[in-house]
Design a protein around this ligand. Structure first.
Ligand SMILES: *Cc1c(COP(=O)(O)O)cnc(C)c1O
Length: 406
């Protein structure tokens, strides 16, 4: 049978065709009026996409570059910082903080789980300069409680603390609802190859006034990722160094696509994009569970990616291989020695829809039968996914008149 490739990994994710065209067509020089207009529009659109009034910057790097900038620009060597970690990306915060001479205090939970706010509150008594966390820990499929952590940070700051909250929302933005300014998130970070539907190569971040103030006193060395230098340039529609012009053109096109989803309202389109990811994730969880599979982060699943545990005695790599070779569905194995061979991870990022979800459910039925040697449970996962979709339509219909009346 013909095999059509579909990229379902938690980054890079499927690309938006019109954004690919926009990238191919972008030949402008970066110090021109044409590019300045495009760049300024993209920054303004990103503010709406993130849902913030804070300054937004774009960096030419993958997400990790922005994570590093959130350490080098906001800390001084010897600073105590607090890292909340329950997966591979949380561990990355600890590594970056140590690299730059910070003293990380770590609140950790086993992979697949999330933090206890009482433990975070306790750890905040050491008055860390920064708290670093993920919104979605893409290595495990877990969602962390950004709102809850933001509230305890606010509490600690009201009692005399001086702590900034930095959130890696690289897979969170576009899949998770945030109130960045209302909750008081000081830095929130995104990446182009996730829900923004273009290739890797751009990171973006929103920075609060408190975070800008911290940069005046933070002494960790920085050069390429000097956010104050970028702010100065980007407020004029320029970048400090050569801009990744084609990627910016692609990002702008993708944000237009989200605006179209909202019938001309980018914020409304973003809400729809997030709701779509939430629904695809819920359908996927129902499909996997119906087949008797366990969810790795079943207690606190996120909408960015779903981590499904391979059946007892089965190497998840065999499932990844079958999905790719037989059905063209590229999903990820577990990340790192601890999770490799145990999980398959399916993302619901950006350009990912109902049929992708239903297709995966159907392919999963075939793959589970093959790797377990059990009879095919034809339609079982698809039915479960369909029912979740149908229930969401009923809820939406019930809510629509209220929304229209409000
Ligand atoms: C993809 C991802 C990153 C960034 O990885 P890069 O390879 O640097 O783009 C960071 N955090 C999370 C949660 C991610 O999913």
């Amino acid at each position: 049978m013909l095999v059509k490739n579909r990229l379902f990994t938690p980054g890079p994710a499927a690309m938006l065709p019109s954004a690919q065209m926009a990238m191919a067509a972008a030949g402008m020089h970066h110090r021109t009026a044409e590019f300045k207009a495009l760049f300024s529009k993209t920054l303004a659109d990103l503010k709406e996409f993130i849902g913030t009034k804070n300054d937004v910057l774009i960096l030419s790097s993958t997400g990790t570059g922005a994570m590093e900038s959130a350490v080098t620009n906001l800390t001084s060597p010897g600073d105590v910082v607090l890292v909340l970690t329950a997966g591979k990306f949380g561990e990355r915060w600890t590594s970056i903080a140590k690299t730059y001479g910070c003293k990380p205090e770590v609140v950790s939970k086993p992979y697949g789980q999330t933090f206890d706010l009482a433990e975070v509150r306790e750890a905040l008594k050491k008055n860390p300069k920064c708290v670093y966390m993920q919104a979605n820990e893409t290595s495990t499929g877990a969602r962390h409680d950004v709102q809850g952590v933001a509230a305890v940070v606010k509490e600690a700051n009201a009692a005399g603390g001086d702590t900034l909250l930095i959130v890696d929302a690289i897979t969170g933005l576009g899949t998770t609802h945030f109130d960045v300014d209302g909750w008081g998130v000081d830095v929130i970070i995104g990446g182009s190859q996730k829900a923004l539907m273009i290739p890797p190569g751009l990171a973006y971040l929103a920075v609060s006034e408190a975070a800008w103030k911290r940069m005046d006193v933070a002494t960790t060395p920085r050069f390429y990722f000097d956010l104050r230098k970028e702010r100065k340039s980007q407020s004029k529609g320029e970048t400090a160094y050569t801009a990744a012009t084609a990627l910016v053109a692609g990002m702008s096109n993708a944000l237009d696509f989200v605006r179209d989803m909202g019938k001309g309202d980018l914020r409304a389109g973003t809400v729809k994009l997030i709701d779509s990811a939430e629904l695809c994730a819920a359908m996927t969880r129902a499909a996997a569970t119906a087949l008797g599979l366990k969810l790795f982060a079943g207690g606190n699943p996120g909408a960015a990616a779903t981590a499904i545990v391979a059946p007892e005695g089965v190497d998840s790599g065999a499932m990844v291989k079958l999905l790719r070779e037989q059905f063209g569905m590229i999903v990820a194995n577990g990340q790192g020695d601890e999770m490799k061979g145990k999980l398959i991870r399916v993302a619901h990022l950006g350009y990912y829809d109902f049929l992708d979800t239903i297709g995966l459910a159907a392919a999963l039925e075939q793959v589970v039968a093959k790797v377990t040697g059990q009879p095919l449970q034809a339609g079982v996962a698809v039915k479960a996914a369909q029912e979740v979709y149908a229930a969401a339509q009923v809820t939406q219909a019930a809510e629509a008149p209220q929304k229209a009346g409000a």
